[in-house]
Design a protein around this ligand. Structure first.
Ligand code: 26V
Length: 800
């Protein structure tokens, strides 16, 4: 079908006409997209079947990666790339008068995620399949992913994300593999064969129906599966006719939204329901598959590894216990041994507001049997602690899984797994020595680091094909399978020819982004300006505010010095979604847009300074923006960003980082050195010392800096539109509340680092060299390396 252009064209036309019952000449983009999608699915089906048969016939150990998010983005382009048929298809379509890029753009991003956590899971799937490992994802099929963000009068407005509007070509619904998941009801104890047995009665049963997406590896025959679970009414559930509608609504709502609003109990229950729904359905289906070939459940851990991505799927631990105890009749000790040998866990944040704790009053009624098991885990855990630390009540209270009327999910995760990892060395050290220090003291062998990575296939080969080709011409294409080989570029960083080519490619990518901005926002940006980009979730600790304050300072400088100009013209680009209930974050978005309006509209500044806020930042926009960036903003308060992965994508595309010693910035910095990284700001020890010993006074920095005073006054006196009170919350967070993210403290250092950016950018050979050094050192940050480390240290998989 894809052997050559002609064959492809014939198959494509025939398929389109038989599917849609119309002439090819009359087909729409949507029909062309769907035809191509189905053809690719058909193309991989042979390998997919073979892979699924291999699983069923026993053999290799399987990994299941449970995650509440998989931010997979579009699949058409990456599937074509991984299957090695992009060129044939591109040429074939072009002859038919169809543009492949246009067809690709028709696809809606599967927005099944929110940020780095979900994108990491997606990169991992790509690497697992490309490295020939049997590793599958399990997630929820949210009918609406994270909201669609629109900017109205500068404010973020949330609309439901409609990624399923045109149907989804990549999924196969498998109703025959549905499983039941139980909520509410009561637990009855009874004697079964002389043992105490538990029965969950009067439960509300929901049907979990899987849809599978094939995950294609690059140049391999491995096709793994991403399984998405949909909640549906169970026809076997007995419901009074009058309650039918309520039951249907309750069921539908489980998989309606990603991260339902949890400011009220109702939303909290919904989130907990989602989490249990995901793990219960996943475990049922994992064990069912396992038992098709293996006799005893007692060897489960030898054939199955289950990974818990952050705390959301932690209920997998008590759920596996429940299955082993109640459905397979094992005793507690053997069940616990199997569970803790099967499960591993990654922590992705130390922010206290993101550490999940569930009130017992919600947990117990919704999941009565699971709650009993968690209580038992807690009791045994505390007893073991007591034996180890007799009399140390305070320590045991701190470490308990159930305490003060809540269930602490991170504690359950550590107690119930054999491996706990952080996502960058600094983060892991903070876990071990601070946040989870008591657990580290107790079981140091469990803790390890796995520095995050990104798939260089999507983020370089797909997003920036011209750069990829140039690299290949120079060092061959070994780097595609072994990204460490990018090191070979180091020999060419001073090569004027390469510097020029890299420059030309960057300019081309900048033009492409500039065209997009022109079309979308009717704003002309100068592709000779520095493209300085900050794209990530909006959060206080990521300090988009620091970036905006600096932009305002540039603007003020230009206004006050009528004959001055910037060392280099600058375009500041933002993309960020704020959590709908995060008031200050939304004010920051408004401020960015207000500054943009002022700066872009002012004839004095608009030729030197532009600010662009790109709405609805997502994976596809990242693929457009990152290759066009000169400067990568990674300016979080040190100690707060567990790793960051955007930083790696920018580096791989030759952008230079302006950043703090935080997360994986540290590791980037260590690889490229001072000369190729714009380092600034407080170090994590200093930040942690401020938290511990106090001593930070934001007012001091305000009073000592006329520049900051002016900016803060402008923000509050209506200079940037709105009423004078519009930005009161920002003023308060920075000053009145003595900003825990130290924006004002780091302002001067940031400003100086930005001056170094301007200086270096003005000297093209210098800049191009720095950029090439970054690309040459980016191979380490491929998720292929990360996955190999997980495989070797945690999952112990064999290649297919
Ligand atoms: C999520 C939320 C959502 C609601 C608002 C508050 C809040 C605060 C933190 C989080 C983070 C959840 C976990 C997460 O996404 N962590 C990210 O994981 C990435 C992959 O390991 C890592 O690169 C990022 O540094 C880390 O923030």
């Amino acid at each position: 079908m894809f052997e050559n252009k002609e064959q492809f064209q014939a198959a494509f036309k025939r398929r389109l006409e038989t599917w849609f019952g119309k002439r090819f000449e009359d087909s729409t983009l949507q029909e062309q997209y769907h035809t191509l999608g189905y053809m690719i699915r058909e193309h991989v089906s042979g390998d997919w079947i073979a892979n699924n048969e291999k699983i069923r016939s026993g053999g290799k150990k399987q990994l299941y990666y449970l995650s509440i998010e998989f931010l997979i983005g579009r699949l058409l382009g990456s599937n074509l790339l991984n299957l090695g048929i992009r060129e044939v298809v591109d040429k074939g379509l072009r002859d038919l008068g169809i543009s492949l890029p246009e067809v690709e753009e028709f696809e809606d991003d599967a927005g099944l995620g929110n940020g780095g956590l979900g994108r990491l899971a997606a990169c991992f799937l790509d690497s697992l399949a490309s490295l020939d490992y049997p590793g599958h994802g399990s997630c929820i099929r949210y009918r609406h992913g994270l909201f669609e963000q629109r900017i109205v009068n500068g404010y973020q407005v949330e609309y439901p994300d409609q990624w399923l509007l045109h149907g989804y070509v990549w999924e196969v619904r498998r109703p025959d593999e549905s499983v039941e998941v139980n909520f509410w009801g009561e637990v009855k104890t009874e004697e079964i064969d002389g043992r105490l047995g538990f029965r969950h009665v009067n439960a509300e049963t929901v049907l979990a129906v899987p849809s599978d997406i094939p995950v294609v590896g690059y140049g391999t025959e491995t096709v793994n599966t991403l399984r998405l679970w949909n909640a549906e009414p169970n026809p076997r559930q007995s419901v009074f006719r009058t309650n039918l509608m309520d039951y249907r609504r309750a069921t539908d709502s489980i998989t309606e939204f990603l991260y339902p609003d949890d400011t009220h109990d109702e939303g909290k229950i919904l989130r907990l329901k989602q989490q249990y729904f995901l793990v219960s359905a996943s475990l049922h289906s994992i064990i069912r598959t396992y038992l098709k070939q293996h006799r005893g459940i007692r060897q489960l851990h030898e054939h199955v590894a289950i990974h818990i991505n952050d705390t959301h799927p932690v209920l997998a631990i008590p759920e596996l216990m429940r299955l082993l105890l109640d459905e397979h009749g094992l005793g507690w000790d053997e069940a616990w041994e199997i569970t803790t040998k099967t499960m591993s866990y990654t922590n992705h944040t130390t922010l206290s507001e993101a550490l999940e704790k569930w009130p017992i009053r919600l947990f117990q009624p919704l999941l009565p049997r699971i709650f009993l098991i968690v209580q038992e885990i807690n009791e045994r855990f505390c007893r073991a602690l007591w034996e180890r630390y007799p009399g140390d009540w305070q320590r045991i209270e701190h470490m308990a899984i159930v305490a003060h009327d809540v269930v602490k999910m991170a504690h359950l995760a550590i107690a119930g797994t054999y491996s706990v990892n952080g996502v960058a060395p600094l983060h892991t050290e903070i876990l071990k020595n601070r946040e989870m220090n008591l657990f580290y003291q107790y079981e140091p062998h469990k803790f390890n680091n796995k520095t995050n990575g990104i798939t260089h296939r999507r983020w370089l080969m797909k997003a920036n094909p011209r750069l990829a080709e140039t690299i290949t011409e120079l060092i061959g294409d070994g780097w595609k399978r072994d990204p460490d080989q990018l090191q070979q570029l180091q020999a060419y960083v001073d090569d004027a020819g390469l510097q020029d080519r890299a420059y030309t490619i960057k300019q081309m990518q900048k033009r492409k982004l500039a065209d997009f901005i022109q079309r979308r926002y009717d704003i002309a940006v100068d592709e000779n300006s520095v493209f300085d980009v900050q794209i990530k979730r909006l959060h206080g600790y990521k300090r988009q505010l620091l970036n905006v304050l600096h932009i305002i300072s540039l603007y003020n400088h230009l206004k006050e010095h009528p004959n001055s100009c910037l060392d280099v013209p600058r375009t500041f680009i933002f993309g960020a979604k704020a959590s709908p209930g995060y008031y200050v974050a939304k004010k920051v978005i408004k401020l960015i847009n207000a500054v943009a309006e002022r700066v872009n509209g002012d004839p004095r500044t608009r030729d030197m300074l532009k600010v662009i806020f790109i709405e609805n930042y997502n994976v596809s926009l990242a693929e457009l923006i990152i290759p066009a960036a000169n400067v990568s903003e990674q300016i979080s308060t040190a100690s707060k960003e567990a790793s960051g992965t955007g930083n790696m994508k920018f580096m791989l595309n030759g952008a230079l980082t302006i950043g703090t010693m935080d997360g994986a910035n540290v590791d980037i910095f260590e690889r490229v050195g001072y000369d190729n990284f714009f380092l600034f700001g407080l170090r994590s020890e200093e930040v942690l010392s401020y938290y511990q010993n106090g001593g930070y006074n934001a007012w001091e920095y305000y009073h000592n800096s006329p520049v900051l005073q002016q900016i803060m006054n402008q923000i509050t006196n209506g200079s940037f539109g709105g009423t004078a009170y519009e930005y009161g919350p920002i003023y308060d967070s920075l000053l009145t509340e003595n900003d825990p993210y130290f924006v004002l403290r780091d302002f001067q250092a940031y400003k100086e680092a930005q001056e170094r950016v301007a200086m270096c950018y003005s000297n093209r050979p210098v800049w191009q060299r720095m950029s090439l050094v970054n690309i040459a050192n980016a191979g380490y940050f491929s998720s292929d390396r990360t996955i190999e480390e997980y495989v070797k240290d945690i999952w112990h998989l064999e290649k297919l």
